[in-house]
Ligand binder design. Structure first.
Ligand SMILES: Nc1ncnc2c1ncn2[C@@H]1O[C@H](COP(=O)(O)OP(=O)(O)O)[C@@H](O)[C@H]1O
Ligand SMILES: [Mg+2]
Length: 144
């Protein structure tokens, strides 16, 4: 997860929204930690389960790591005032996006985590043209 996140980071840029789907313990927070390592952030990366959001500033980029597991209904997202965080200066990584339903801005990338007997599997889908370009860039980078 850490390695994958680190590799992904090279194709990510400000303005992206990434949704992480999967059960508790599937590796969503660990992957996000890997993304932050990829951006050169080597301090503690906590799970945002209790605070709902952890904020990281890496030079000019903001990375907002959300976890909406504790939301009971869609409207809690709107009430929490998180809409402004989804802007062109930031990358938003969201665990449990389904807890905010349709209110959440559309994901450029969707990652679906599954727990296997030996490790984990992730299916990655692009939800926008921007997301698609990220995946193309990532694929090209893997070939090098
Ligand atoms: N690929 C993996 N194989 C085995 N264990 C993993 C893997 N990815 C994460 N873990 C472990 O699973 C536990 C939960 O991971 P975490 O990233 O917090 O999950 P989530 O955020 O999806 O609830 C952690 O102890 C983590 O080290
Ligand atoms: Mg988590």
């Amino acid at each position: 997860m850490l390695d994958l996140g680190k590799k992904m980071a090279a194709s990510l840029h400000a303005g992206l929204t990434i949704h992480l789907f999967g059960n508790l313990g599937a590796g969503k927070t660990t992957l996000t930690r890997g993304i932050l390592h990829g951006f050169g952030y080597h301090h503690v990366v906590k799970s945002p389960t209790y605070n709902l959001v952890e904020i990281y500033k890496i030079s000019r980029l903001y990375l907002y790591h959300f976890d909406f597991y504790r939301f009971n209904n869609y409207f809690e997202w709107e009430e929490a005032g998180f809409r402004d965080y989804f802007n062109s200066d930031s990358i938003c990584v969201v665990e449990w996006p389904e807890k905010a339903g349709d209110l959440l801005p559309k994901a450029d990338l969707q990652l679906f985590f599954s727990i296997l007997e030996t490790g984990r599997s992730i299916e990655i889908r692009a939800g926008t043209e921007t997301g698609k370009q990220c995946l193309i860039q990532w694929k090209n980078q893997e070939k090098m």
